[in-house]
Design a protein around this ligand. Structure first.
Ligand code: GAL
Length: 445
């Protein structure tokens, strides 16, 4: 298979990025994944129904093309004795995974599957550590387009966790990109001093790296372009460069759930890793919870705005058969999708100031609030309100790197689509609690 390794220059930071032939993985992946809404209760119907809704509701035309099977699709008791292959559970997928793949492809969509860089998947099903070649070849033969590769049971089948030698992804020390903070970040922070790597640690020596590299190489040798997504939970600091070297996107945290506080934690973690975002190089903030109960309309807007703005994959994790029209509207927001899928600009938005807290404060309930990023259509500015009070928020052009050289710009409110005319100097908006004001600034006027 032909691999094109594009070298992308980031601000003060160079990394290679993985783009497969046909530009696969160059832009954030858009689609559906079963885990958040269905867990292990999956069968072919769920994926065919999701695919039908993607087509019928215009989500496919908006760019949502991946239909991804998560954990629990195979025969739990073990591999085929003769071939060594993982076996599809035919009670769930009567025509096998290749049969489902064919039906999904016939609808003009792509199909994803799931395995783990361990001895079992998180649900305890057969996984790929030590079986990378046969599994990659099998997935290719079945017509798979995307592999989500989880991190469970890497030591043995009796422990769900992954290896100890690797360090968790805490916030990097901004004064030294190779270093780490030396104290636990925040009340719910996952890092303690004992699992921080020492300054200058070479993460490509970690067993996490080797386990993921083995599957990346196996996919590269298989006879099909399969996008590689690493569900590595931020272990061994994939945003330091090796994530982009061997995959198109990598998870930066443990699991999302449909709770506002969890979404804010993930935004905070991600806001420190945005230098690694570019073509073929995406931080995965986990599947969307839009459409699942637990979030207000304002929270749904912020979830979408920050995930799209940071160029995370956008995988719908809800039951599409009964998703609310308002949620569908947010998922199809044309301005955010155009930003996410911009063919000319690889970087996402970045914070230009924190707001409530001093710049570069790591705070799991009150992260950075002011973000900007350029795109083919203009500069996207996001003003995020994580607080429980409504706030008046002002985008001052003099503070925004992309806008500081002119006095006035045309502007569109991307939620209402309202043309705000020619805006001079700054734009102020009342931003409800947990909402995000999102403005696309266009030409100077
Ligand atoms: C977790 C993973 C989830 C989901 C689950 C399946 O480790 O982060 O996204 O895939 O396993 O068991």
């Amino acid at each position: 298979m032909l691999l094109i390794f594009a070298s992308v220059l980031f601000s003060g930071y160079e990394a290679s990025a993985k783009v497969l032939s046909g530009d696969i993985g160059r832009l954030p992946s858009l689609g559906f994944n079963s885990w958040n809404a269905f867990g292990c209760n999956i069968n072919e119907d769920i994926f065919l129904n999701a695919a039908r809704v993607l087509v019928d509701e215009g989500l496919k035309d908006a760019g949502y093309t991946y239909v991804n099977i998560d954990d629990c699709w195979s025969v739990k008791s073990g591999r085929d004795n003769d071939t060594g292959r993982i076996l599809p559970d035919y009670t769930k997928f009567p025509d096998g995974i290749n049969g489902t793949a064919e039906k999904i492809h016939d609808m003009g969509l792509q199909i994803g599957i799931y395995s783990s860089a361990g001895e079992a998947t998180c649900g305890g099903y057969p996984a790929s550590l030590g079986h990378e070649t046969v599994d990659a070849e099998t997935f290719a033969e079945w017509g798979i387009d995307y592999l989500k590769y989880d991190n469970c049971y890497s030591e043995n089948t009796s422990s769900q966790s992954s290896d100890n030698d690797t360090c968790k992804a805490c916030v990097p020390d901004r004064t030294n990109q190779n270093s780490w903070v030396t104290s636990a970040p925040g009340a719910n922070g996952t890092c303690t001093n004992s699992n921080l790597c020492s300054a200058g640690y070479d993460y490509s020596k970690s067993t996490t790296y080797s386990r993921y590299k083995a599957m990346s190489d196996a996919l590269a040798s298989a006879n099909r372009s399969i996008l590689f997504n690493m569900c590595v939970w931020g272990r061994a600091k994939p945003s330091s460069g090796w994530g982009a070297d061997i995959s198109s996107s990598w998870r930066i945290t443990g699991d999302i759930y449909a709770s506002w506080s969890r979404i804010v934690q993930i935004i905070n973690q991600a806001s420190f890793q945005l230098d690694s975002v570019g073509f073929g190089s995406h931080i995965d903030m986990d599947m969307l919870e839009i459409g699942n109960s637990g979030l207000s309309d304002a929270e749904v807007r912020s979830h979408m705005a920050l995930w799209a703005g940071f160029k995370s994959p956008l995988l719908i994790g809800a039951n599409l058969s009964n998703i609310a029209t308002s949620d569908l509207g947010v998922l199809k927001n044309q301005y955010l999708l155009a930003f996410s899928q911009d063919k000319e600009v690889g970087e996402g938005v970045k914070p230009y100031k924190w707001g409530t807290n001093a710049d570069w404060t790591f705070n799991e309930t009150s992260p950075a609030e002011f973000y900007s990023g350029s795109s083919s259509n203009g500069t996207l500015v996001l003003m995020f309100n994580p607080s429980s009070e409504d706030q008046s928020k002002t985008a001052s052009f003099s503070e925004i790197p992309e806008l500081s050289n002119r006095d006035s710009f045309t502007a569109i409110d991307i939620w209402s689509g309202e043309d705000l005319g020619c805006v001079r100097g700054s734009y102020t908006s009342q931003t409800s609690s947990h909402d995000t004001t999102a403005i696309l600034f266009g030409k100077a006027c």
